[in-house]
Design a protein around this ligand. Sequence first.
Ligand SMILES: C[S@@+](CC[C@H](N)C(=O)[O-])C[C@H]1O[C@@H](n2cnc3c(N)ncnc32)[C@H](O)[C@@H]1O
Length: 238
Amino acid sequence: MTCFSSTDESAHYGFSVCMLLEQYRAQLRWEEEGVLELGTGDATAVADVVRSLPGLRVAGYDISAASVETARANIAARGVADRYTVELGDFFDQSDSAGGPSVSTVIANPPYIPAPDGHIVMPELWGGVRGNDLVLRLLKAGYHNVVTAVASYSDPVETVRTAQDLGYRVANFLAMGLDYGTYSSEPKVRDHIRRLCAEGRGWAGEDEYMVAIALFTRNPDVPGDRADQLLRALQLDV
Ligand SMILES: C[S@@+](CC[C@H](N)C(=O)[O-])C[C@H]1O[C@@H](n2cnc3c(N)ncnc32)[C@H](O)[C@@H]1O
């Protein structure tokens, strides 16, 4: 097993999480409650966020043993082990065993690689046939606030419309163009992405796509809904 590695993507995730937590500090109440994280990877991006936001506590989970080992070392090296913990295991197991969400905010750069099956370069990154299985599961898990990556080639219209059906609004987001990396470039994945986009289930250029880190919220204190702006930023026609 290896650890997820994509420098630009992780940096965008960390920077965006930091900005959204800062912007919606009062409404998300993370200083009182802390936040949960699905999929820490090597934890570098969010360890830097924890270091720059002194009131923040993060409880993370990852199913990859190699990631958890690396994450713990990186967290210790940044001196935030008292406020950023990582457990080996499926995020949804802890969520289910707690009998529902124990905090209101979850953050994630979840697996979103679409492929016909999970036999891909890093199976832990498989997001199901359309790539959005884990983000949909996260949205259905009952959290008030979900800060998550939404990829342009992983059926973002279905993701956003499902979120709306569940009572979420898109408070805000930060979008960035990314070049295909190791995981999207795998021929089996690349061909599948091309098919999904041809079916109208996403957007990708020849070697690029878009990712947004979006705050989906059910909190009435957070105004507005930028769902359609999010989809347009991901190059979808709405
Ligand atoms: C795209 S990587 C993101 C890693 C890190 N957050 C970052 O942005 O650098 C997704 C991570 O989620 C982990 N993962 C996949 N399914 C999971 C699950 N059900 N519970 C917890 N972690 C999971 C993978 O092992 C992988 O490390």
